[in-house]
Structures are given as C-alpha cells and as structure tokens.
Design a protein around this ligand. Structure first.
Ligand code: PHE
Length: 457
C-alpha cells in the first residue's frame, strides 16, 4: 500500500483535480449549452448548481478516497462492505466507457489542431461538410485518437508524482495562458460587446425546466463527480491537507475556466455574425469559419491556439479517467502499473472504435434503430451521463446511511480543525443527506425518460 504514491502536496492535488475537472465540457459543451439556453440565464443557474449541490458531493467523494486510501472499489468495500464495493466497480466501468468516447472527441480536437496548423483546413469553403467528411475519415481519426490515448497513457504510466502531477503542472498553466490570450484578442473585435451582452445580461423569459436540468447535468460532468475519479485522486492526498479548501479551489478554477471560455467564444461568434445557438457544431463548424474570416495568418495563429487549448483541456481529463481503472487493478489485483496502463489503454481504444466509426464509416452505427436514429457515440455519452448522476446519488446515500456523516466529518476535520460544528459542516451534511440524493435521483430518472422517450419539459 505504501508505494502506491502520493501527490507531493496541496498544489499537486489541486492541479490534478482541476485538470480532471476542466475538459471538453468547459470549452465545448458549456459555451454551446449557454448559447442555446439564453446565455446569462444559463450561466446563473449553472453557478447555482455548481456551488449549491456539486461542491458538497465533491467534498464527500474526496473524503471517501482519503479516508480509505485506496481505489474506488477498495474504498467502498473498506468503508461499507463488499456489497457497496459494487458501486466502485460501477464507477470503474463508467470511467472506462467515458474515456472510450471522450478520447474520440479529443482526437478530433487534436486532428483539427494538426490539420489547421499544417494543412489547408482554413481554405475550406464549407466547414459543415468538412466536419462530416473529417469524422467520417476513419483512417486519420484512428491515428488521432490513438495518439491522444498514447499521450494519456504516457503520463499515467509514470505514476502519481512523476506522471500525473508533472503533466498537469505543465498543461494547466499553459491552458490559462492560451485562454487569456484568446480572450484579450476576441475582446478587441468589432461587435464583441454584443457577444458580452448576450452572455452577461440575463433574459429570464428563457428559463425552462430543461435549462435547469441541462445545467445540473453539465455541472456534475464538468466537476468529474459520481464515478469515483475523485475517490481515486483523493486516495493520494496527504492527511495534512484541508479537503474543503482544496475542493473549493478546484470548483472555482473549473467554473472560472468555463466562464472564461464563454467570454472568449461569444465575442468571436457575434463579431463574425454567427448564431450562438449552433449546438454541438459550435466548436468544429462555426469556430473554423470565424478563424477563416480573420485572414490566413491571424486565423492560423488564433485557430491553432484554440484547438491546442481544447487538447490541453482534454488531456488531464483523460488522464484522470484512465487512472480510475488503473488504480483498481494496481491496488486490488496487485498487477504492475506498467502493464495495467498499456493493456487497459488498448482495451479502451478498442472499445472506442465503434464510437469512432459511428459517423459514416459504419452506417448502422450512425443511425441506431433502437436509439431514435442517433449515433453510437451519443448513445455511450448519454448512458454514461446517467451513470454519473446515479453514481453520485448512491454515493450520497452511502455516506449518509452506511459510512455515516460523522465519519465523513471526522475525515474532513483532519487538516481543518475549525470544520467541526461550522456552518459549512451543517450545509454539507444537509446537502449530502437530503438535497443531493433527491435531486440526483430525480435528475437520473428524467434524463432516462428524456433520452429514451423524448419527453421534453
Ligand atoms: N470533467 C471532464 C470535462 O469537463 C470530464 C470528466 C468526467 C473527467 C468524469 C473525468 C471524469 O470534460
């Protein structure tokens, strides 16, 4: 147990957990959902979900990890018995499936970066059809996603401090620098003000129940909650650390990056006269068009920085998704990390192939007859979205009724003497016992109804 590794200290853990949190969802999903849901209103609801409901879940998850000092399965088993261990297995399997499709999308970002920087991508005349043929080109994407997973494995195989921590120490500051650079540039563009107004001045007539659920789902996904990823990272946290403090820094950093991504995207979109409500196409179809309008040189620099930013955001998330099952096999089965990382990466890559081929290469996977003619990648993404919220709901039930709140609080008080009896403690107890299980339970059921029966609220 002693040689499983630890983060070197507070900064190491915070950077790794922030890296896991910041990902494609901040730069890609957040701006397009905000664009579709009235901008500022979405932002407000999202912030409420993050701080009111997701923050306590994050604290609980890290506390389980540090108290048990082992992988997700081992942690639930140690603190709650063999049956609860199944919840850990559920998380490990979810992590494997999330990574299988997430890596495909990360591969697209990587491919766009390569083709924009070294190829004629910006000379295209129709980015919609470019995207369709790009995702259809299974040969290139095979290598882009293999390359991305290889980089992920390379970091994970080197262990907690040398690999995961070092990668995050390089990637996270670089990500901030690129993001700030892009924002400064986009604010200088004509019509930037329009974009800012759309993003920051709320129009409450836009609120629908759907907006609230979209925001909660996104908040949960973006903070990497519910599948034991943070139990795993939490198990490498030293006892002297203050979990509440670390979790708040991670939550803030993730939220700030999502907020800044909007601040970068909307001025660009409005100054190019595009619609902010383009949905998932925003990043891969609308943004290249905007870069094209900037002219060949500036367009190339800004465009390449943008897709590099996406890659830098996705890589640490992939790293944490891989570490989750790796820790299980290393801690439970005592297999050497080196073999586990490479074999698991290969398995995950193979599992991702149907997602990779679901945009035309294999027509049956593009329009699934049993899933309302949607594609395979969307199916995996939707199912794993549900496993996240179900996992989070069951985790709260685990803490309240099996492990018990007083044990969680005892763990949280280590490294944070003033926690006992504080308002923060009461708040976390209340949300974990009542608010989160209820809300996440309802949300899981609603997502299932919405996805499989198309109920629109
Ligand atoms: N939080 C990551 C993102 O925002 C995705 C992720 C989910 C990573 C679950 C790890 C675990 O894109």
């Amino acid at each position: 147990m002693s040689n499983r590794g630890k983060f070197s200290g507070r900064v190491g853990f915070i950077l790794a957990a922030t890296g896991s949190a910041i990902g494609l969802s901040n730069i890609w999903r957040f701006p397009y959902l905000a664009g579709q849901n009235g901008g500022a209103v979405f932002l407000i609801i999202y912030l409420a979900c993050v701080f009111l409901f997701c923050f306590p879940v994050m604290v609980g998850e890290i506390a389980i990890g540090r108290a048990a000092g082992t992988d997700a399965y081992g942690a639930y088993t140690k603190l709650g018995g063999k049956k609860w261990g199944l919840l850990g297995i559920f998380g490990v399997i979810s992590g494997i499936f999330i990574l299988s499709y997430y890596n495909v999308v990360a591969g697209w970002a990587f491919g766009y970066f390569v083709e924009l920087t070294f190829g004629p991508l910006l000379q295209e005349s129709d980015f919609g059809s470019f995207f369709s043929s790009f995702v259809n080109d299974i040969n290139s994407n095979f290598f882009y996603s293999l390359g991305f997973l290889f980089l992920t494995a390379l970091a994970v195989v080197r262990g907690i401090q040398k690999g995961i921590e070092t990668a995050n120490k390089i990637l996270m500051p670089s990500l901030f620098v690129i993001l700030i650079g892009l924002i400064l540039y986009s604010l200088t563009l004509p019509n930037a003000k329009e974009g800012i107004r759309f993003y920051l001045v709320p129009d409450f007539s836009e609120i629908k129940l759907q907006t609230v659920f979209d925001a909660l789902r996104l908040a949960f996904f973006t903070l990497s909650l519910g599948i034991g990823g943070l139990i795993t990272y939490g198990s490498y946290v030293q006892k002297s650390e203050n979990i509440i403090y670390s979790a708040s820094v991670v939550t803030w950093a993730d939220t700030i990056v999502a907020f800044l991504a909007g601040l970068m995207v909307f001025p660009l979109v409005f100054s190019a006269g595009q619609s902010p409500a383009e949905g998932p196409a925003l990043v891969f179809m609308v943004m290249p068009e905007i870069f094209q309008q900037m002219g060949p040189t500036i367009g190339k620099i800004v465009g390449a920085s943008f897709f590099l930013l996406l890659c830098f955001a996705a890589l640490p998330s992939c790293i944490s998704l891989l570490e989750l099952p790796v820790a299980y096999f290393v801690d439970q089965k005592k297999y050497p990390r080196k073999y586990v990382v490479w074999i698991l990466s290969l398995v995950i890559f193979l599992l991702g192939l149907p997602s990779l081929a679901s945009f035309g290469a294999i027509p049956a996977l593009n329009k699934l007859w049993f899933y309302k003619q949607r594609d395979f990648l969307t199916l995996v993404a939707d199912i794993t979205d549900i496993t996240l919220t179900i996992g989070g709901c069951l985790m709260c039930i685990f803490i309240s009724y099996r492990w018990k709140l007083h044990n969680m609080n005892a763990e949280l008080a280590i490294g944070n003497e003033s926690f006992r009896g504080s308002l923060m403690q009461k708040y976390i107890d209340f949300t974990i016992r009542w608010a989160c299980p209820l809300l996440l339970g309802v949300l899981s059921v609603l997502i299932i109804i919405d996805k499989f029966w198309g109920f629109n609220f």
